[in-house]
Design a protein around this ligand. Structure first.
Ligand code: FE2
Length: 465
């Protein structure tokens, strides 16, 4: 049975295995997916596309499957937009979010009304892989036109089948000097319960958003592992999703996530596709949050890191940053530019591809994972192609200031720990331990703390600019 509905100014013909995309730009009948199609969510100034390798369609309000795995992310302007993803059974093609600032109204609503807004989005179905026996149905909604620095309440689903009500807060306007606090972690992989412990600790810190440096699962095509990631629960009974439903998780692709459709479909990173970029423009991304600019890159496989399109985009993105309004610039990617860890160590290809750009634009901190440990470099400026030449470039491990970029490895939120080593010329601190990082920005002052999972401080410093 096919149905024709109108939504966001576009008409969609939805079938069981086929989607026709009619009345929008880039339209056409695509039998297996509509990755080539894009639509502008109502009220938004950007286009989004369903993940490649999915059968997809637009909200039709139908289905009684209760959402789970509900989580939010930043999809564009963090002060006025948010993206929500969730999972349902295969029969549910209703893809709506009810939202507003009145918690009681949202809790009572079964549709839009007084104090309750609705936004529709798209659903995506991807087939079973060799690891799984069942297909998966993921939903994605992009909301725009929100007020800055405001707490909203929302629930996801379709009439009669809503998630519980969660809250999230928008960012202050770009350039605001309001405090910003964010967390960094990565490499959950093998042990979801440890990932949930890390999330429990981060939840207690009350962060604005979280950066995840890749390798959420061991095998990116194994949806069972992704289900375990989203359903992770700590020994104390803390559910990771209770943080992820309220706090944007900004992810980059790791070699284990491997650019799989599961990764693509279940996260909504800012889509601003350039030629040569995978994941419909979500392979690399950036956003502003108050006076902070954050960039996410993809280094897996390395050929994508050294590719011209990503390097050109990185240069252009950094060149466009107004450091008077967003003086703080952070980068997150997976494979470390600098690491003394014995299992992987520094990735010299990535170093030579990206460090000259980080240097030129004086990036403050570059976060990575992949080596399951904690490590912070000395401040580094000047490409180090050969180990041992750092002193010649004027890097001496003096107290942290703006003289160089810091390279941090903050990984092991579930993956087996690797041995750490602090004897490399570039290493300031290294320890083989479960960890997470909290960064506080107060106007022109940065306060940095890395914690062990038992809550003790592993590394800390403060600097101002
Ligand atoms: Fe990795």
């Amino acid at each position: 049975m096919n149905r024709i509905i109108l939504a966001s100014g576009c008409a969609f013909a939805l079938g069981v295995t086929a989607v026709a995309f009619v009345g929008c730009e880039d339209t056409g009948l695509i039998s297996s997916n509509f990755d080539a199609s894009a639509y502008t969510p109502e009220g938004c100034g950007f286009e989004v596309s369903p993940a490649t390798e999915t059968v997809a369609g637009f909200d039709d309000g139908l289905g009684t499957g209760t959402p789970d795995h509900v989580h939010v992310s930043i999809n564009s302007d963090a002060s006025s937009t948010v993206a929500v993803n969730w999972r349902t059974n295969l029969e549910t093609t209703g893809t709506q979010v009810l939202y507003g600032t009145d918690q009681t109204a949202i809790e009572a609503a079964d549709g839009p009304g007084d104090g309750v807004s609705v936004q529709s989005g798209h659903w995506m179905n991807f087939e079973a892989s060799i690891f799984d026996t069942a297909p998966t149905q993921i939903h994605e909604v992009h909301i725009c036109g929100l007020s800055p620095d405001t707490t909203y309440y929302y629930k996801a689903g379709s009439p009669g089948a809503w998630s519980e009500v969660y809250d999230f807060s928008t960012a202050p306007t770009v350039g605001s000097t309001s405090p910003v606090r964010f967390a960094v972690t990565g490499d959950s992989r093998n042990e979801p319960s440890i990932f949930a412990e890390v999330q429990e600790a981060i939840d207690a810190e009350g962060v604005d958003f979280e950066l995840f440096s890749g390798d959420a699962v061991i095998a990116g095509a194994n949806q069972g592992q992704w289900n375990a990631f989203f359903e992770a629960e700590s020994g104390n009974g803390f559910k990771a999703i209770d943080l992820l439903a309220r706090t944007p998780l900004m992810v980059v692709n790791g070699n284990h996530d491997n650019l799989q459709v599961n990764y693509d479909a279940q996260f909504a990173m800012p889509q601003d596709k350039v030629d040569g970029e995978l994941l419909n423009g979500e392979e690399w991304w950036s956003f502003d949050y108050g006076n902070v600019h954050v960039i996410g890159l993809n280094d897996s496989p390395e050929i994508n890191a050294i590719s011209q399109p990503q390097r050109q985009w990185l240069e252009a993105d950094l060149a466009a940053v107004d450091r008077t309004s967003t003086p703080w610039v952070f980068v997150v990617h997976h494979k470390p530019t600098y690491s003394c860890g014995g299992s992987h160590g520094s990735n010299l290809d990535i170093r030579s591809a990206w460090q000259p750009i980080f240097d030129r634009f004086e990036v403050d901190i570059v976060f990575a994972g992949h080596d399951h440990l904690y490590e912070r470099s000395k401040p580094i400026r000047g490409l180090q192609g050969v180990e041992g030449q750092l002193a010649e470039a004027g890097v001496n491990g003096t107290p942290v200031d703006q003289s160089g970029t810091l390279y941090v490895v903050a990984a092991g939120a579930g993956a087996p720990l690797y041995g750490a080593d602090d004897q490399c010329f570039h290493t300031e601190v290294a320890e083989s331990t479960r960890n997470y990082v909290i960064v506080d920005i107060q106007d022109r002052t940065l306060e940095y703390t890395a914690y062990r999972l038992n809550g003790t401080v592993l590394d800390s410093f403060t600097y101002s600019k």
